[in-house]
Design a protein around this ligand. Structure first.
Ligand code: SF4
Length: 695
């Protein structure tokens, strides 16, 4: 699997960034990664986007953290320290805080860019070593709304189809996903479908690059998605276009759904969404008369206080027209982070145990307790979500924290609240390979490996498990996060349960821990991944080919095998509009940067392409591109240069979120959460614009 070319080695692996998980070769000479080449993997067929092409530059970047850092007092600076010192201090502080304030006074926050082996260890460390209920991860900011909807409707938490099914569809619905910038290589599938004549419907408040090419672009006001999809289903039923045979054979809850959407005629949706009523009719007609339809969505409809409902409203439409479980017909969500899918499967989510098990289910608890060699009663109960944990820090309920591979100072909403929460901590350790804004505020910093310095697996947006390979040794002074977690466990008295020396060791336990669940990885081995290029779970045995397409024959993973349709009622966003705050602020990504920007704001080519944030604003507001514009919300204000464009609604502005305070979009956003998924409402808050003096 390693190719030698002259004095170079080409190490086949995958991109560290988004959930497409493009295959790439890392170029290695004299033991150092120095470049990248696209790889003819069937996910990406030799294509890489700007982020993928620049990803290798992180590995030997001069900003890499190469020594542990320790702040000896609250007013002291972070200074280099030994590994013994930082691990001892961290273990001592965990023990002190838990002895004084109870086990749940210390929390752990993981990440969805970590390999699955490490996410497994985050959950096990929290439950077995710290015995705290407070563990969660930054995937909570990613696709948990879709996860919640999938579980409710289908009894399984993943996309239903492989990307390649897009090439077989006759109609594509893309809702709330700027595919061209956030998942650029995935556009090859969209264009492939278009070349075959597939219709394209895009639902997005902004005219993104794919929206520009769509047959129908529904530029609805952010926060109104479920009203729109309910109205489309209303028309489908009214015009006799629902697949009643499929519904009768494969669903429950249809009568209630039909009754609910009866209250959403096109005229009502037009008023709520700010679109022509004819667009509802047009979308219903195209969607329901195409032979095969696929719907994919992303954070645009998921980052809402009604994120789960938005996803359910799309599922209802797909199922009502018989569009699941067939080649070219299905439903999926496009994962934001590289391991956004895998990151929530193995136990670092506050309510879950490995194998997608529920921590509230006595049988699931007993199974995992047996694998971990502990008494079931020792397993903590479910904890709270990432943003709720921050609120608990401010309230003094959580007093200590270890964060691994996340950057909440930039990524969480309502920055002032986040900063106050972290500042209230008595102890905070953060693990990362660059000094993120969050790490810079910590008492202890662990310098850890990049994705190119360790082995592991990730599951992409198709739930295809792919193999990442170590391409170089880490710099001296740097350790793997696996080693850090095992050393902490040793100091907390449970080293025997963390006797892992490699990712491969952890993966063997993970396979066993997932065995027999819907989320079954038992049949997946590193060797099989090397041979196949990736296997979609569930994969219950080593001779099982994996399951790229779910719901074949209409059968789901609920005990009765049916789709459990859920009623959806639209409700307004959390931040109310009034005379002072009458416009909508929506936030999102740009092609050159990734999430909190900690990985991309240092990479020359990407910074050159997009050096700073901006505010996208409609010409009707009288600004000229480059004018300094202050965006004001109920949480704060920030000034950005204007990008004046007709590609956005007149009542809406857009700011990308990859930069820190004071130009952080998340200075402005609201920390209201979806009550079911606990995802923050990044995609809509009330704002106003003011002319500023300078940026
Ligand atoms: Fe990496 Fe995603 Fe770009 Fe592919 S599309 S190269 S996985 S960032």
């Amino acid at each position: 699997w390693r190719a030698l070319v002259g004095d170079e080695t080409l190490v086949p692996t995958h991109c560290c960034f988004c959930g497409v998980q493009c295959g790439m070769y890392l170029r290695v000479r004299e033991g150092k990664v120095f470049g990248v080449e696209p790889r003819n993997h069937d996910i990406n067929r030799m294509r890489l986007c700007p982020k993928g092409l620049n990803a290798y530059q992180q590995v030997n970047h001069p900003d890499r953290l190469t020594a542990p850092l320790l702040r000896r007092s609250r007013t002291d600076d972070l200074r280099p320290a030994s590994w013994e010192q930082v691990l001892d201090v961290t273990a001592t502080e965990i023990q002190r805080i838990q002895a004084e304030h109870g086990r749940d006074a210390f929390g752990l926050l993981g990440g969805a860019s970590l390999f699955s082996e490490k996410t497994y260890l985050v959950g096990k460390l929290a439950r077995v070593a710290l015995k705290t209920r407070h563990v969660d991860y930054n995937g909570r900011l990613c696709m948990v709304s879709a996860a919640g909807a999938n579980k409710l409707s289908f009894g399984i938490d993943r996309a239903g189809n492989p990307f390649s099914d897009i090439l077989l569809t006759d109609c594509l619905l893309i809702a709330g996903s700027n595919v061209g910038e956030c998942f650029p290589v995935m556009t090859q599938y969209l264009w492939g479908a278009r070349d075959r004549g597939a219709k394209l419907i895009v639902v997005d408040p902004r005219e993104t690059s794919i929206a520009r090419t769509a047959d129908v672009h529904v530029a609805l006001r952010s926060g109104t998605d479920s009203a729109f999809f309910n109205a489309v289903l209303h028309v489908v039923i009214r015009d006799g276009l629902a697949d009643l045979d499929f519904i009768a054979a494969h669903t429950t809850g249809w009568a209630e759904v039909a009754q609910t959407v009866a209250a959403y005629p096109p005229a009502r949706a037009a008023e709520i969404c700010g679109i022509p009523a004819e667009q509802v009719e047009q979308v219903a007609r195209i969607f329901a008369t195409a032979r095969n339809v696929m719907a994919w969505h992303a954070r645009g409809i998921e980052h809402h206080t009604q994120g789960v409902e938005n996803c359910l409203s799309v599922i209802n439409l797909c199922v009502a027209t018989g569009n699941i479980g067939k080649p070219g017909a299905g439903y999926g969500t496009i994962t934001g982070q590289g391991n956004g899918q895998g990151g929530r499967e193995h136990g670092q989510k506050s309510d879950m145990l490995p194998g997608g098990r529920s921590i509230n289910d006595p049988a699931h608890r007993a199974q995992i307790a047996a694998i971990w060699g502990i008494d079931e009663a020792e397993l903590p109960q479910a904890g709270t979500s990432m943003m709720e944990m921050v609120h608990q820090m401010s309230a003094g309920e959580i007093r200590g924290l270890v964060g691994i591979c996340n950057n909440p100072f930039v990524s969480l909403p309502n920055h002032a609240v986040v900063k106050a929460g972290y500042d209230a901590l008595e102890f905070h350790a953060q693990a990362d390979f660059f000094l993120s804004e969050t790490a810079a505020n910590a008492h202890v910093v662990f310098p850890i490996t990049t994705w190119a310095e360790d082995d592991g697996v990730m599951a992409n947006a198709e739930a295809r498990v792919v193999r990442h390979r170590k391409a170089q040794e880490p710099p001296p002074g740097v350790r793997t996060d696996t080693w850090v977690m095992c050393e902490l466990a040793k100091r907390l008295g449970v080293g025997d349960k963390f006797a892992f020396t490699s990712s491969a060791d952890v993966f063997e336990e993970l396979r066993i821990a997932s065995r027999g669940t819907v989320n079954d990885y038992f049949g997946i081995t590193y060797d099989r991944l090397d041979e196949t290029g990736g296997i979609a779970w569930p994969c219950p045995s080593t001779d099982h080919p994996g399951t790229p397409r779910l719901f074949e024959g209409g059968r789901t993973y609920h005990a009765d095998g049916k789709v459990h349709l859920q009623t959806v009622e639209w409700h307004p966003p959390a931040d109310p509009y009034d005379d002072d705050f009458a416009m909508t602020l929506t936030t999102g990504r740009t092609v050159a940067h990734f999430l909190s920007g900690n990985q991309t704001r240092r990479l020359g080519g990407l910074v050159e392409q997009t050096p700073r944030p901006w505010v996208e604003v409609h010409p009707s507001h009288g600004f000229t591109s480059g004018d300094p514009v202050r965006v004001v919300t109920r949480r704060g204000s920030a000034v950005f240069p204007a990008l004046v464009t007709e590609a956005i609604r007149a009542d809406t502005v857009f700011v990308p979120y990859h930069w820190p305070f004071p130009v952080a979009a998340n200075v402005l956003t609201i920390d209201a959460l979806d009550p079911r998924s606990k995802i923050p409402e990044y995609k809509v808050c009330a704002c106003r614009l003011e002319r500023a003096e300078h940026v």
